[in-house]
Design a protein around this ligand. Structure first.
Ligand code: NAD
Length: 482
């Protein structure tokens, strides 16, 4: 496909997008590049007035946008996908600076972004004729809500936001994107690109500090908030949205278990599971976070996993060979230092890595660490570290390991790995999670929904279910004579 050069934008200024105008604020803030610790660009700190202006513009744009057909809105989204593609390399570089992603990891994120951008416009809301007889017809259909807000974390700042934006718009809503204060830049650029495509007020973005999210969740003009982030914040958002009964989707934390049976091809499965545990330094909700390995293969699996992990190179956002980059921000780096300090205090055995010594040089780097069979009640098993540290645990009894995998207040994803696929399916179907997988994990597609059970969330993003989440269901009755 040819790249449309008229969609190229400079990646040097970062401004709010309100009613298709690039707008600045009196107060500004900036983040720190996680590899160099140098300050990045100024970004706006939106005020209540900015929020009011954006919500008013979104409300004004809603009637004509929602009246377009799904096909017409999909045409806009397809042009938007072309515009993103034209700037792909700049986005990868930007993700390197703002999130610390080495080029491999930035390309991994852009792969998700482009597949969402290309595939989401193919989805359609469908009507179902539930009754259709000589007397009457009853249809169940889905109608848009109004102004939608997406609140996004820092780890996959583009993927997680665009997975809300595109279905919201396709369903006929208008949308305001609030990026994380730790990673505001890529979302602002995406919204700037949107000014070349969408009518004013349809897609807007506001950057700010921690005060901005609560202004949006409290605003009476907002009909729905779709949030991705921590469980703690998710609960606050649901409470705030209750005051006006806003619709809410919550994509929250995970503590995903992978259960490895004793018949697997050890080398092949270790390579996959190690990647899935450590990709983006463990800063993904769906990383494998607990690895239960059958005792018959435990020692060989662990030794192979250590060897595979040692081959992953650490480097900064300019290093094309690097797999591990830095932790995204100093707050998360501090949390991980605290987490790693439990290794000694709690007597966890390390198969690789361990507590880092005093910080040397620039960058928030943490050592890849594998904990060898810690007790089930230790925090490395019960909590989500969100860093490059993972426990490997022994199991011997099928029923018992399923119970252990389910013994969590979180239920985002879970997997079973075995050559005996019927056995693995039987086990996987007993796992309490929004996504269950056999012989894979973190497998996603834009037309398949994902979300969490238990405290990992409410509702789902992506796919037809994600699209319906941006609508009210409506019962539509027609009597054939009056
Ligand atoms: P966070 O909850 O601290 O922040 C997420 C977003 O919420 C940010 O934009 C923040 O500014 C905003 N926010 C904070 N307080 C708010 C409030 N009171 N009202 C409105 N908005 C508010 O999360 P984080 O540290 O950025 O991200 C890490 C967490 O996100 C991890 O727990 C991870 O598992 C989770 N996560 C979940 C998914 C998923 O799809 N389930 C994906 C990625 C990350």
């Amino acid at each position: 496909m040819s790249i449309k050069t008229d969609y190229k934008i400079p990646f040097t200024t970062f401004l709010n997008v309100i009613n298709n105008e690039l707008t600045d604020t009196d107060t500004k803030r900036h983040t720190i590049c996680p590899s160099t610790e140098e300050p990045l660009w100024d970004a706006p700190v939106s005020t209540e007035e900015d929020v009011n202006r954006a919500v008013s513009a979104a409300k004004a744009a809603y009637p004509s946008w929602s009246r377009l057909s799904q096909d017409e809105r999909a045409d806009y989204l397809n042009k938007f996908a072309d515009a993103i593609e034209a700037n792909q390399e700049d986005f990868i570089e930007l993700l390197g600076k703002e999130v610390g992603k080495p080029p491999q990891a930035g390309s991994f994120e852009m792969f998700f972004v482009m597949s969402l951008a290309r595939e989401t416009p193919k989805l359609r809301l469908k009507e179902e004729k539930v009754i259709d007889d000589a007397d009457r017809t009853a249809i169940v259909r889905h109608v848009p809500l109004g102004v939608g807000v997406g609140i996004v974390p820092w780890n996959f700042p583009l993927t997680l936001g665009i997975g809300k934006l595109l279905p919201a718009l396709l369903a006929g809503n208008t949308f305001i994107w609030k990026p994380s204060p730790f990673a505001p830049y890529s979302a602002l650029k995406l919204a700037e690109l949107g000014t070349k495509i969408f009518p004013p007020g349809v897609f807007q973005a506001l950057s700010g500090d921690e005060g901005l999210g609560p202004l949006l969740t409290a605003h009476p003009g907002v009909a729905k908030v779709s949030f991705t982030g921590s469980v703690e914040t998710g609960k606050k958002i649901m409470t705030a949205c209750a005051t006006t009964l806003k619709r809410v989707t919550l994509e929250l934390g995970g503590n995903d278990a992978a259960i490895i049976c004793d018949d697997v091809d050890i080398d092949a499965v270790v390579a996959k599971v190690t990647f899935l545990a450590f990709v983006h330094c463990g800063q993904i909700c769906m990383n494998v976070k607990r690895i239960y390995v059958h005792q018959n293969i435990y020692d060989k699996f662990l030794a192979t996993m250590v060897a595979v992990t040692k081959q992953f190179k650490t480097g900064d956002h300019t290093d094309p060979e690097a797999f591990f980059g830095p932790i995204q921000n100093s707050m998360q780096y501090g949390k991980l230092q605290d987490f790693y300090s439990h290794i000694g205090k709690s007597g966890w055995k390390t198969a690789l890595g361990g507590e880092p010594g005093p910080k040397e040089g620039k960058g928030f780097y943490m050592p890849a660490t594998i904990i060898d069979d810690p007790p089930d009640d230790s925090s490395i098993v019960t909590a989500e570290p969100f860093g490059p540290i993972v426990p490997v645990l022994r199991w011997s009894d099928e029923e018992d390991v399923i119970k252990r995998a389910n013994a969590s207040n979180l239920g985002l994803g879970a997997s079973v790995w075995s050559k005996d696929v019927p056995r693995a399916r039987r086990m996987a179907e007993q796992l309490e999670a929004g996504s269950i997988w056999v012989n894979t994990h973190f497998e996603l597609a834009p037309n398949v929904p994902f979300g969490g059970h238990k405290e990992s969330g409410l509702g789902m993003d992506w796919g037809e279910i994600g699209l319906q989440g941006w609508c009210n269901p409506q019962a539509y009755w027609v009597k054939h004579s009056s």
